[in-house]
Ligand binder design. Structure first.
Ligand code: NAD
Length: 286
């Protein structure tokens, strides 16, 4: 039997609608949530992502500001820009679009850590990472949060299940590990040094691929009936995106599977909107 296909569009629409209602409530309290996105340089992919975030903010009634800085921006200028946004009470969320240009790329960590943790809507600040690890999440990275939201909206149980994540990045794999653990899954994280990856993957009730390697997950690595979430986005030709999962073969084995494109990737921006609302609420309380 073929797997249920989990299309991101429907889930993203539900998440955005709930964010829109929360924006309305905040506006009734006199607060318009505001997001500032800083983009440095002319990276075309980054420009598309930033425009998409701006458009979604506008759709939901969130104030959106794009701070576009030239390619040759220095670390100090960028830090001063973040400081000004940290101090601006109308800006509730701050995001620095990555990657930064080569000249300042090595300072990415220092630059991101300058963002006030209460405004860190990407959830990358060590304070937010720490809160997640101790089981007291505040602002959580959007892509892994989207995976959990999608499982919930699709009524796929997490509690007590075996979850296996392929990939240990700070953006996807590690935060997802903690989110699944907090929901009482038994979680294994695999990476490039993992021995017997297929054997471990086959144990999963929930298998998440976040490796950036096309076709890494083949049908023989999937337990019949498992839920397979493909986070990978790999451009294999100018107009062809694929995930990390051999979709056509795996959909014949899995119980549910996300496509690429059109899967869990669509939830990332929707979750960003939720984080802006959450940040505005955190600042309202403070
Ligand atoms: P990354 O390169 O930082 O991390 C990849 C991880 O996968 C590493 O921990 C590595 O150990 C592991 N890995 C790589 N090859 C492997 C192999 N052969 N076997 C086992 N483990 C292996 O990447 P990332 O930032 O976590 O992104 C992962 C993928 O998810 C990419 O395709 C990226 O484009 C995509 N992504 C999508 C979204 C979204 O949907 N919005 C957001 C972030 C990343």
């Amino acid at each position: 039997m073929s797997a249920k296909i989990l299309y991101g569009k429907d889930f993203a629409a539900q998440i955005k609608e709930s964010a829109r209602l929360e924006v309305e409530n905040l506006k009734n309290l006199g607060v318009t949530p505001g997001l500032a996105v800083i983009i440095v340089g002319e990276n075309p992919a980054s420009q598309v992502y930033v425009r998409n975030k701006h458009k979604t903010c506008e759709e939901l009634g969130i104030r959106s500001e794009i701070v576009a800085l030239p390619e040759n921006t220095t670390k100090n200028t960028l830090i001063n820009t973040i400081d000004a946004l940290n101090a601006d009470k109308n800006t509730h969320g701050i995001l620095v679009q990555l990657p930064l240009p080569a000249e300042i790329k090595n300072s990415s960590e220092e630059i991101l850590n300058r963002i006030d943790p209460r405004k860190d809507v990407d959830g990358f600040h060590p304070v937010n990472v720490g809160n997640l690890v101790i089981g007291s999440p505040k602002l959580v990275p959007c892509t892994p949060a989207g995976c959990i939201e999608m499982l919930d909206l699709a009524n796929i149980e997490i509690d007590g299940k075996r979850a296996v994540i392929i990939g240990r990045s700070n953006i996807v794999g590690k935060p997802l590990f903690h989110l699944l653990l907090a929901r009482h899954a038994t979680v294994t994280i695999c990476h490039t040094h993992t021995k017997n990856l297929p054997e471990i993957a086959r144990e999963a009730d929930i298998l998440v691929a976040a490796s950036g390697k096309p076709n890494l997950v083949t049908a023989d690595m999937v337990k019949p009936g498992a839920t397979v979430i493909d986070v990978g986005i790999n451009r294999i030709a100018p107009k062809k995106l694929v995930g990390d999962v051999d979709f056509d073969a795996v959909k014949e084995i899995a119980g549910a599977i996300t496509p690429v494109p059109g899967g869990v990737g669509l939830l990332t921006v929707a979750m960003l909107m939720k984080n802006v609302v959450k940040a505005a609420k955190l600042q309202l309380k403070a």
